[in-house]
Write a protein that binds this ligand. Structure first.
Ligand code: PMP
Length: 420
């Protein structure tokens, strides 16, 4: 295994040093959002205390400073994913907004009745609902790729599903519930063969896999900063330049225009054409710091450590009485989804919370997947490289005692949990 020190890595995350319910926090909900290192928090605060101004607008020093940092952030992301041009990096507020932008802009201008949009059973709602909205408006039809028993997209019948009628193939690089890497190469190559565009939801993959969008050869790739140690409210839409150039604006307003008159408006060049209004400047600058932070580490060192966590966790989970994994094979990233016979998911999650352990229970914004699996929901433990073997031992010990019925939560009152 390459040299990676998870304890040193962990020390950089202030919230991980805290207690919750008077117990040291064990944070196993990284699929929902990751914690933030001190350097990202500092970059956020520093922007507001030393350069706060609007970008691309004024001629004063602060605006120049803010604009420089803001556009540097775009370069940092461009090189992180190996995009061919910084014009291909569009700031959004997250993966969800990125997919909505493509569905509304590309979809509404290009799709017509009878055209087909191919999705899969394991998509997050963010990669289903925007396509349903555009299908309703245009008369396009949604088709669904099935899953293999191991949880990945089934690529054995691609020619029957991705056909000359297919105009869009949109799927996740990695499902937020299953944690397996999907066979994107085959899917993208089949989509290209029929002239369909490819949209990859990279929300879960981005923190775990190195990404080279030119090698992957997709048309669009979406991700959220908050799932890779960056702030919430920032996302990236990578799009192939030729497609972005053809697409109409998504929203209108300041920044996305060159000239406006009542006779008509000329839109700005890329990437600004898709960035109407004042962006999340502080968040974007802090996100660049998160990317720099990640780049200090070898991605392979993370992967090796995560693989060790997966092997260790699987061996321990398998011994728990009544556990049912939603897919039998070990995941490719440390995301473990299962139910426990005779126990409600929410009861288990609440009992873990009482011991300072944060996990997720529910449908995980993947109701069609739950229906496909004939489940109402499941438990999900999702780990990051700051998690440790000792934390796994602690969680397994609590889970084992709960399954044995030793887990009465005396007098414990959880803080209210919102909609799952
Ligand atoms: N797709 C997947 C696979 C996800 O896991 C998530 C977040 N849970 C999203 C899309 C949506 O991301 P965001 O809420 O940051 O827009």
């Amino acid at each position: 295994m390459s040299c990676f020190d998870p304890l040193k890595f962990r020390q950089q995350f202030p919230l991980l040093q805290k207690t919750v319910n008077e117990k040291p926090l064990i944070y196993f909900d990284n699929g929902a959002t990751t914690q933030k290192p001190q350097c990202v928090l500092d970059a956020y605060q520093d922007y507001y205390s030393s350069s706060n101004a609007n970008v691309h607008r004024a001629s004063h020093v602060l605006s120049a400073r803010a604009t420089r940092a803001f556009e540097e952030a775009r370069q940092v992301v461009k090189s992180f994913i190996n995009a061919a041009s910084s014009k291909e990096i569009i700031w959004t507020k997250g993966t969800t907004e990125g997919i909505n932008l493509i569905a509304a802009s590309w979809g509404e201008s290009q799709l017509k009745a009878g055209d087909e949009i191919v999705l899969s059973y394991s998509e997050h709602h963010a990669n289903i609902v925007p396509w349903q909205l555009v299908a309703e408006k245009t008369g396009a039809v949604i088709k669904i790729l099935p899953l293999c028993d191991n949880g990945t997209l089934d690529d054995s019948e691609l020619t029957g599903i991705i056909t000359a009628k297919t105009k869009v193939v949109a799927c996740a690089h990695i499902s937020n519930v299953i944690g397996r890497i999907n066979p994107l190469e085959k899917i993208i190559s089949r989509a290209k063969a029929v002239g369909a565009i490819t949209v990859v939801d990279g929300a879960q993959a981005i923190a775990h896999l190195p990404l080279d969008v030119q090698t992957l050869d997709c048309d669009f790739y979406l991700f959220s900063a908050h799932k890779m140690f960056g702030p919430t409210g920032v996302g990236v839409l990578y799009g192939r330049l030729a497609l972005l150039e053809q697409m109409p604006p998504y929203q209108g307003g300041g920044e996305m225009i060159q000239t406006v008159s009542f006779a008509g408006t000329r839109f700005n060049e890329l990437p600004f054409k898709f960035e109407a209004g004042t962006p999340n400047i502080a968040g974007i600058i802090a996100f660049a710091e998160a990317v720099r932070f990640l780049k200090q580490y070898q991605r392979q060192a993370f992967r090796d450590y995560e693989q060790a966590l997966i092997t260790y966790m699987m061996a321990k989970l398998e011994k728990i009485h009544g556990i049912r994994f939603i897919v039998a094979e070990a995941p490719d990233i440390p995301v473990f989804s299962f139910t426990l016979d005779g126990h409600h998911n929410h009861d288990i999650a609440t009992a873990l919370d009482s011991r300072g352990i944060a996990i997720r229970s529910g449908h995980h914004c993947a109701m069609p997947l739950m229906e496909f699996l004939k489940l109402s929901g499941c438990l999900r433990l999702s780990l990051a490289p700051y998690n440790t073997f000792a934390e796994i031992d602690a969680v397994i010990e609590v889970l084992t005692s709960l399954v044995r019925g030793e887990g009465a939560v005396d007098g414990y009152k959880s803080e209210p949990v919102g909609a799952l």
